[in-house]
Design a protein around this ligand. Structure first.
Ligand SMILES: [Zn+2]
Length: 341
């Protein structure tokens, strides 16, 4: 008999619960030094790439804020090149009107900020009517931070997940981003995917994805939103990213990684090529069991979910499940399926 997963039940907690990862107090970072609140830029004397790091694209994902807060509080600076450090959706992180009482971090206030990057430009028009933002506060914030980050040669966007999946790096379809994610090798999973039909992610912006561009952007999913391990992963990922760009002094990077008990050279990562995006077509979509993500299902034809009268099966052997949702909603992505390459 199939055991149907109840979408209203809570996932089982860990055996020995640790305190959840908390949002750091970001007030010290509010002024920024760019004229845009919560956006910082540091330029070294020596030449090097422009490297950007984005935290809080989703306001309820504290891990990136934990990592950038630590970088800023420790006073770390680029040895060469430029760093731009941006806390993106700080208004949602401070609590939104859509999700629970004020003060509870929200994923977004008006629109998902990571679906709003199509057509966004780094250049601010010198003249013309004042801009309007029909899509709301996230669209206005995207316009404010775009000039600072859409000029980056390398960009790291720090996120976390709803499910307790192992950490992974999304690299879109850009070969440059994939090579970067594989070179970092931490997280140990690299997922190549097409992004979202309902709006462009930052990493898929033409600045980073166009064939003729030399820039690259990756999105790191560091763990489950409130898991302390997500904060650790975000910090390690950030240090490795800055070291890989050669903007962080190599000796400093080694010291920081040793402090974090991170291996100097992680094992070769597993790369997953996403082949199918499964969307819920009904309100009845339910997985046959509670998946956490990155399970490898041995046999083709294994039942994964029922969606009204439709059965969703694995299309091939050794199919990998990427980020299954705990809250399926009609019209939205519920899981991505991929092959190990
Ligand atoms: Zn996110």
């Amino acid at each position: 008999m199939l055991v149907m997963w109840d979408r209203f039940s809570q996932p089982p907690g860990p055996a020995a619960p640790e305190p959840p990862l908390a949002m750091p107090d970001l007030r010290a970072h509010r002024t920024g030094n760019t004229g845009v609140p919560y956006v910082w830029r540091f330029e070294a004397k020596g030449e090097g790439p422009h490297v950007a790091v984005v935290a809080l694209m989703h306001g309820n994902e504290p891990c990136g804020a934990v990592a950038l807060d630590r970088l800023l509080r420790r006073g770390l600076r680029p040895a060469r090149g430029t760093w731009t450090l941006a806390f993106a959706n700080t208004d949602a992180a401070a609590g939104g009107r859509l999700f629970g009482p004020a003060g509870t971090p929200a994923r977004y206030l008006d629109r998902d900020m990571n679906r709003l990057w199509a057509g966004v430009r780094a250049e601010v028009p010198a003249r013309g009517p004042p801009p309007v933002y029909p899509q709301g506060r996230e669209q206005a914030r995207v316009a404010a931070i775009a000039p600072w980050i859409l000029t980056a040669d390398l960009l790291l966007d720090l996120h976390s997940m709803q499910v307790p999946s192992p950490a992974l790096t999304l690299c879109g379809r850009s070969p440059r981003a994939r090579a970067l994610a594989v070179a970092l090798a931490d997280p140990g999973w690299v997922v190549a995917d097409d992004g979202h039909a309902d709006g462009m992610r930052l990493i898929d912006h033409p600045r980073f994805s166009a064939p003729g561009s030399s820039a690259a952007a990756i999105l790191m999913e560091c763990g489950q939103h409130s898991a302390p391990a997500a904060g650790v992963q975000a910090w390690r990922g950030l240090i490795r990213f800055l070291a890989q760009s050669e903007t962080l002094d190599a000796a400093t990077a080694r010291t920081l990684l040793a402090e974090a008990n991170a291996p100097a050279s992680p094992a070769k990562p597993t790369v997953v090529d996403v082949t199918h995006v499964i969307r819920a077509e009904t309100d009845e979509f339910a997985f046959v069991k509670q998946f956490q993500g990155l399970e490898r299902i041995a046999a083709a034809g294994t039942l994964l979910a029922l969606d009204g009268k439709r059965a969703v099966h694995t299309p091939y052997d050794n199919c990998v499940l990427v980020m299954p949702t705990r809250t399926p909603r009609r019209g939205q992505t519920t899981v991505r399926l991929g092959r190990i390459v």
